[in-house]
Write a protein that binds this ligand. Structure first.
Ligand SMILES: CC(C)(COP(=O)(O)OP(=O)(O)OC[C@H]1O[C@@H](n2cnc3c(N)ncnc32)[C@H](O)[C@@H]1OP(=O)(O)O)[C@@H](O)C(=O)NCCC(=O)NCCS
Length: 173
């Protein structure tokens, strides 16, 4: 049984140990989520502290998925505050723990973050992912449109530079 919950900045700090573990699981398994293995606990801790500050500043929203064992997935929505950008948002850090993948949890998180975006008046969503990753199929299936690719965009754990695909979706389209 999976439940999805929106966390506040304070709740992020309280759940920090589980979130560090979730990020470490993704990075260790080779995901392209900004960090390279080995992920130092201090690096992960300062990352989640930054996320907590953004939530308090209301420039970001974060959802977690829980199963019987605890936090098993997460996704974020960056909320630009510039006057010309308040209709759009960026989906970031969609992570599902390796122990719980291929059960539809990422789909549930995406359903929930898109509903939250619509509620916040953010009807244009953008996101990016490493070309060829599982996430690419997931986003295409959900109706995200490829805006283009950037070669050599980010480094993978094996040292190579990989292509990133930029996607967008207008909610309701
Ligand atoms: C990408 C990621 C979030 C997907 O999470 P997930 O919870 O496994 O995703 P889902 O279960 O919703 O869908 C994954 C696949 O499982 C399938 N699936 C879903 N429910 C299923 C079920 N009950 N039984 C069998 N297969 C199922 C989906 O159809 C999908 O199939 P596909 O391989 O053809 O695309 C996860 O792999 C991950 O955390 N990767 C590392 C981090 C990352 O790359 N994040 C994206 C950054 S942009």
């Amino acid at each position: 049984m999976i439940t999805i919950e929106r966390l506040t900045g304070a709740q992020i700090l309280a759940a920090q140990a589980e979130l560090i573990q979730l990020l470490d699981d993704a990075v260790t398994s080779g995901a392209s989520v900004g960090f390279l293995p080995p992920l130092a606990p201090s690096e992960a801790q300062s990352y989640w502290q930054g996320v907590s500050a953004d939530l308090e500043a209301e420039t970001r929203a974060l959802l977690v998925a829980h199963d019987a064992e605890g936090i098993v997935g997460t996704v974020q929505l960056e909320l630009p505050s510039k006057p010309n950008a308040r209709h759009r948002a960026e989906v970031q850090k969609l992570l599902v723990h390796t122990r719980a993948r291929r059960q539809g949890i990422a789909q549930r998180l995406m359903d929930a973050i898109e509903a939250l975006a619509a509620q916040e008046g953010r009807r244009l969503l953008v996101l990016d992912t490493r070309q060829g990753d599982d996430a690419e199929r997931l986003y295409r299936r959900r109706g995200y449109i490829e805006a283009g690719t950037i070669p050599l965009y980010a480094r993978s754990a094996d040292g190579s530079l990989h292509t990133t695909i930029i996607f967008y979706r207008e909610l309701g389209s």
